[in-house]
Design a protein around this ligand. Structure first.
Ligand code: SF4
Ligand code: SF4
Length: 450
């Protein structure tokens, strides 16, 4: 018998409980204290002779009779994953320009070419002609995400161009998501309604309570923005649009999430079902430009800090439900998620386009010339297939480092752009996630194993 390469132990934070997990078999078990030492010893030696738990562990997929049986299982699960993946909708990001009415302290697009084109109807027509040709047979369909810069700028001219773009989406029967800073949102809602746009979601970024948000996300002329944004959020919710309220956190603003949660609760936002109102938390990190790294969190440190805050201020548990690598799903449904062989949808289920005709892999690369893959203005210019293939073939089975990684089926290899930026542009390189540690937090956060 051999240990599955996907079996690992996780320590529940703030307790001496340990659990054994395997994302390939979807198994998780609490380890009795008296068993822990021997189990650790056996795992380190991979010796299962005369072990009283080996039959149970074999049944649960922590052990395999031999390597080939596990490889067969991996192949079977990989095909299932690909089948399901194929059926998911493809996200077509459209960056309307790199112009923004905000001047956020951490914006990585600040250094982008501000002379680039802004949206007009001719660009919209070219974009829709292109996607009609290239994406009309996607098995899971497509949806468009409007992105920027800022897609919802003020000014009649820009608004008319956006509404023209949206009318093309309506005609093509394509749902639309919008990623916005929310400042002009309230001035768009009525037009969305009149046009009958099928809006999947409006993602609005609010970085904590009024004071903290206003100190980070202000207009170019240094006007505060919190109250105006929240008016838009409220109006959108009242009109039946789904809001995803996203906060970008670092050491300066994480504590202010508590007051934001209280604010949302008082406003009644947290009473909407998840299908209508959701929150997400992102980490402020260095993507393409340098920042004051002393203020930035590692992924683990951010969630640890969030966890500590949530213990002190339980409103956070009502406000946000982190995934913690399947722990949320386990708490809600009693099951671990299916294995994830690939967590990066770039050039597979996500593509990005800008108003200059550029084609890119995703939101993280759009506008960065070294990552450009093609141009949809030029009818006969093919995509750089060699590059596209690099993005498309990146998963945990193609990257050597990931093949034998015990947490690969929840990590999925991480973000290819971050990995490439850190490894001389090599797309097939890893962006490791601290899966065991986050599972350890998630076990306690959701009180799993009590
Ligand atoms: S490269 Fe990173 S940002 Fe882009 S799709 Fe992949 S995971 Fe997402
Ligand atoms: S990126 Fe790192 S943590 Fe993720 S699967 Fe690969 S080796 Fe494992």
């Amino acid at each position: 018998m051999i240990l599955s390469k996907h079996t690992f132990l996780a320590d529940r934070i703030n307790s001496d409980d340990a659990l054994i997990l395997n994302y390939l078999s979807g198994s998780i078990d609490k380890i009795e204290k008296k068993e822990l030492e021997e189990l650790k010893n056996r795992i380190s030696l991979n010796n299962w002779d005369n072990y009283h738990l080996s039959d149970y562990m074999l049944e649960r997929g922590y052990l395999y009779s031999d390597k080939d049986v596990e490889e067969d299982k991996i192949n079977e699960k990989y095909l299932e994953f690909m089948d399901e993946y194929e059926k998911t909708a493809t996200q077509l990001i459209f960056s309307t320009s790199y112009v923004c009415n905000f001047s956020c302290v951490y914006c990585f697009q600040e250094e982008y070419n501000q002379n680039s084109k802004t949206l007009n109807n001719e660009i919209t027509d070219k974009f829709f002609n292109y996607i009609d040709k290239k994406f009309s047979n996607e098995p899971g369909g497509v949806y468009i995400t409007l992105f920027g810069g800022e897609p919802l700028l003020g000014g009649e001219k820009h608004k008319n161009h956006i509404m023209y773009f949206l009318s093309k989406a309506v005609k093509s029967n394509i749902p639309v998501a919008i990623v916005t800073n929310g400042y002009e949102l309230k001035n768009y809602i009525h037009d969305f309604k009149s046009l009958g746009v099928n809006i999947k979601e409006i993602q609005v970024t609010v970085d904590g309570d009024r004071e903290n948000h206003n100190s980070r996300r202000f207009t170019r002329s240094k006007e505060t923005t919190f109250d105006t944004i929240m008016e838009g959020v409220e109006l959108a919710l009242k009109n039946g649009y789904r809001i995803n309220l996203r906060s970008i956190l670092d050491k300066r603003n994480i504590a202010s999430l508590v007051k934001l949660a209280e604010y949302c609760d008082e406003k009644g936002f947290l009473d909407y079902p998840a299908s209508h109102f959701e929150t997400s938390i992102g980490r402020n990190y260095e993507l393409h430009s340098c920042q004051d790294t002393k203020q930035l969190f590692s992924r683990y440190d951010m969630w640890l800090e969030y966890f500590k805050l949530s213990e002190e201020f339980p409103i956070l548990k009502k406000y946000h439900k982190p995934g913690f690598h399947g722990m949320r799903m386990l708490a809600e449904s009693g099951e671990l998620p299916v294995p994830i062989f690939d967590s990066c949808p770039a050039c597979k289920k996500e593509w990005a386009f800008d108003a200059n005709g550029g084609i890119y892999s995703c939101t993280a690369t759009v506008g960065v010339s070294k990552y450009q893959l093609g141009n949809y203005f030029e009818k006969d210019t093919p995509l750089n297939q060699e590059k596209v293939l690099e993005w498309q073939t990146r998963d945990v089975l193609t990257m050597e480092e990931c093949k034998d990684c015990s947490v690969s089926l929840s990590c999925g290899g991480g973000c290819a752009t971050i990995a490439a930026n850190e490894n001389n542009g090599k797309i097939h390189s890893t962006n490791c996630r601290p899966v065991k540690e986050l599972v350890g937090i998630g076990l306690e956060y959701y009180k799993i194993g009590d």
